[in-house]
Design a protein around this ligand. Sequence first.
Ligand SMILES: Nc1ncnc2c1ncn2[C@@H]1O[C@H](COP(=O)(O)OP(=O)(O)O)[C@@H](O)[C@H]1O
Ligand SMILES: [Mg+2]
Length: 372
Amino acid sequence: MFLNKLKVNHYRNYEQVELTTDSNINIFVGPNAQGKTNLLESIYVLAMTKSHRTHQDKELIGWNQDHTSLHAEVTKRYGSCKLDLAISPKGKKAKINGLEQKKLSNFIGALNVVMFAPEDLEIVKGTPGIRRRFLDMEIGQVHPAYLYDLSQYQKILLQRNNYLKQSGPVKASLDPMLEIWNEQLAQYGVKIMKKRQSFIKKLQQWAETIHRGITNHNEELRIRYSPSFDIQDFEDESVFLEQFMIKLSQVKDQEFRRGVTLVGPHRDDLLFYINEKEVQTYGSQGQQRTTALSLKLAEIELIHEEVGEYPLLLLDDVLSELDEYRQTQLIQTFQQKVQTFITTTGLDSVHMDKLDHASVFHVLKGNVSSRS
Ligand SMILES: Nc1ncnc2c1ncn2[C@@H]1O[C@H](COP(=O)(O)OP(=O)(O)O)[C@@H](O)[C@H]1O
Ligand SMILES: [Mg+2]
C-alpha cells in the first residue's frame, strides 16, 4: 500500500500542509525543530490513532487551536481509500471513505506503518513495559480484536488489584469474589498471551534472516517470549487456562500481602540474544541498535505476510546513523516494494546514488516545499 496524499491541519507546528508523495521514497530535509518528526508522526497517527512518542493526544493539537485534522489518500492492491482523523480535547473522530467508524479499532489497520526512530533502541535497552507496548502496538495494527481483549484485561486487572489492596493481608482460603476475578483475568490473559506468543514466533523467523543479512552472517539473533510463568501448552486453550488458574492459586497469599496481581501478560517480557548472549546485558551499542533495526524490518515482512501488502516505512533520523553498508542493505531490500519516508538534517548523509527515485521535501518552520 502507499500514501498518495497527506493533508494536515493545525497539527503540532503545522497550520496547513498538503503533500503529494512519491510512491517510492520521500525525504524530508531540514534543520532541527522544524517539524520533520511531526510530519512522520502525523502519518503514524493516521495509522494507529495514537502517537509513537506521547500518550497525550492534546499535545498533537497546534497551540492556540481547538482541534487537529488529518487526511490521507491511500492506494491499496484492491482499490484506494480516504482516511480522516480529527482529534480534539473531547476525543477522536475517524472516517474511512467518509463513513464514520464508531470504534477506533475499525479504523486502525486501514493504513499500516512501521516506524523506526532513535527511541526504538529502548525496545532493546529499556524496561519490559516498553517491550510490551511495542508488542501491543504491532499486534494491534494487524489484529484489532487484540486491542479489545487488551483493554478488557486492563480493566479487570485494575479492579482485581483494587480488590487485593482493600482486602488486606489476611484472607480465608476460599474467596468467591477473587475466584470471579481470576476466571475473567485468565480468560483474557490467555487470549493476549497466545497472540503474543505466535507474533513473536513469526517475528523471530523474519528477524533472524534479516539480522544475518545486515551483519554479513556474523550474528545470530534470537527473540524469546518470556511470560511471567512457565507455559507448557500455548495451543490448547483449556489447558492453558487451567495452568493460568493454578498459577494464580499458587501466588494468592503473596498477592494479598502485596496488594497486586503477580502473574499475567502485564508482567510479560521479550528477550533478545546475539550468538546466545543476552543483548540487553552484553550487547554493544551497535549490536543493540542493529537488533532494534532487525526487529522493525522483520515487522515489515510480517505485516506483508498477514495483510497481503507492505506497510509504509517511516525512518526518523536513523539513516545517518547507519554506515554505508547498512544503509545500502536497507534501501536495496525495500525500494520499489515499500513506500519509505525518511527524515534527515542533511542530504550529504544519504547515499542518494543508491536510490532509484525519490522526492525531496524541505521542511522549515512548519512549512514544506518540494524540490525534485
Ligand atoms: N502542539 C504543538 N503546537 C505547536 N508547535 C509544536 C507543538 N508540538 C511541538 N511543536 C513544535 O514542533 C517543533 C519540533 O518539531 P519536530 O518535528 O520534532 O522537529 P524536527 O524537525 O527536529 O524533527 C518544535 O519547534 C516544537 O516547539
Ligand atoms: Mg526530529
